[in-house]
Design a protein around this ligand. Structure first.
Ligand code: FAD
Length: 421
């Protein structure tokens, strides 16, 4: 009889693992606690703005190769939009200046030598800061490796690392910052094109993945929360879903692709990251003005990035813990005042929604990074996945998908080994 691989959690890590294994002809069942797939990366219909919005704006870069392969495999590459070349428009609310960073395609960073392409107010030598961050000593914070000040820091390094690590950069892990810089800026403009899901995260990443899984015969069971794992000596014996229990056959395997707090509740003694950072998003139902770029960086404001979608402007604020208790209306007004001033739109507050994800990502500090477990566990039929496992990247779509791919490969590889024994 063919074996079954049970995947717990239908976030991107779980879906990536399911796609890998079902592509190999394995029987796959995905069990998801909530009524929807996508986890922290999903869309929903919001009554306040009367339209489908994402739980949070998500930015991909053209160097996110696992994410782009995932999209290709589910037939959804064309649902991401972005400029043809790597360019990032910015505006500074304090000085009123606007500029566009324009990276050249190749690895040699010629843009640094061109005052029209680099960050205004910077000199070529300032960019040595980036070189220092590429191979930092282990266990250090960004603040211990570079001086977190000066125009290059405030206008490029801070916005980049704040968005990628979701932590105030001086406290962030220099190792994780280095991974981001190696895979983006240091890889050249070809790896730095910004890509956003114009029609929403679910329409781009989740629904096509579910359709592909269905085509492959994989089952996705929603509202089927794993309550407990029954452990044998070196293997998992059964999965307890409350109302029903699945007893695992000899070759069955389990991929646990849930957030860290859920994983540690299911596996006693598992060390996982325990600190988190919030992300705050504000959505405004209003047509973006003509010429509004798909993504605009804002310096010296509460707002950090403004995303333009059809009929909607949406704002992202990373490491937004300081804002999670601010009254929602007050926050909407503060954010809209900045958006109106940047875009020239009327000051009247349009229909709005604030979405605060309190545990958006684990806190990307060196100490929390050390707590991330690898994919393998002490039980030979149990493998871990998720953006918080030891991917070498901060908590991102790319990290989640790589972890799911790796978990799928491990499970497949172990079965191959067993067949040879
Ligand atoms: C607001 C916001 C903005 C972000 N912006 C970006 C961005 O711009 N770029 C980027 O690359 N990344 C971004 N991220 C990070 C990205 O969304 C995550 O890294 C990624 O979605 C994590 O996927 P995952 O599968 O590891 O975890 P999750 O998405 O958390 O999936 C875990 C799943 O497991 C389910 N589950 C939990 N417990 C159980 C159980 N007991 N039984 C069954 N199912 C269970 C959950 O319901 C969930 O569906 C952002 C995240 C947020 C919240």
């Amino acid at each position: 009889m063919a074996r079954t691989v049970h995947i717990i959690g239908a976030g991107l890590a779980g879906l990536a693992a399911a796609l890998k294994l079902s592509a190999r002809g394995e029987d796959v069942v995905v069990h998801e606690a909530t009524a929807f797939a996508g986890g922290r990366c999903r869309s929903y219909h919001d009554a306040a703005v009367g339209m489908v919005i994402d739980n949070g704006n998500h930015l991909l870069l053209s160097g996110n190769h696992a994410a782009l392969d995932f999209l290709r495999y589910i037939g959804a590459s064309d649902r991401l939009i972005g400029p043809r070349t790597a360019e990032f428009p910015f505006t500074d609310l304090a000085s009123g200046e606007s500029w566009t960073l324009r990276f050249n395609n190749g690895r040699l960073p010629l843009w640094i030598f061109d005052p029209g392409r680099r960050v205004p107010g910077t000199r070529v030598l300032d960019y040595l800061m980036l070189a220092r961050l590429i191979r930092p000593p282990p266990g250090r914070t960004v603040g211990e490796v570079i001086g977190c000040d000066g125009p290059l820091y405030w206008r490029l390094v801070e916005p980049l690392l704040l968005a990628a690590l979701n932590i105030d950069p001086p406290h962030g892990s220099a190792k994780l910052a280095a991974a981001v810089i190696r895979e983006t800026l240091a890889a050249g403009g070809r790896a730095c094109r910004s890509l956003i899901a114009r029609d929403g995260l679910s329409a781009t990443l989740i629904e096509p993945a579910l359709a592909r899984l269905q085509q492959r015969g994989a089952q996705v069971r929603l509202e089927h929360q794993l309550r407990a794992i029954r452990f044998g000596t070196r293997r998992v014996d059964a999965l307890d879903f409350g109302g029903d229990t699945i007893v695992l056959a000899a070759d069955d395997a389990v991929i646990l692709a849930v957030p860290p707090y859920a994983a540690s509740a299911l596996i006693r003694g598992l060390e996982v990251p325990t600190e988190f950072r919030a992300i705050v998003n504000a959505h405004f139902r209003i047509a973006p003005p003509a010429g509004q770029p798909p993504i605009l960086g804002v310096i010296n404001g509460t707002v950090e990035w403004i995303f333009a979608f059809p009929g909607r402007l949406a704002v992202t604020i990373s490491a937004g813990d300081r804002l999670v208790d601010t009254p929602r209306e007050e926050l909407a007004k503060t954010i809209w005042a900045e958006v109106a001033s940047v875009t020239g739109l009327p000051a009247d507050l349009p229909p709005w929604q604030i979405v605060r994800e309190r545990r958006a990502t684990f806190a990307a500090t060196p100490a929390q990074d050390l707590k991330r477990p690898g994919a393998e566990t002490a039980w030979r039929n149990l493998v871990l996945a998720g953006d918080w496992t030891k991917t070498g990247l901060p908590a991102t779509i790319e990290g989640a998908i790589r972890s799911g791919n790796r978990a799928g490969e491990l499970v497949a590889h172990r079965q191959k080994q067993k067949n040879h024994e």
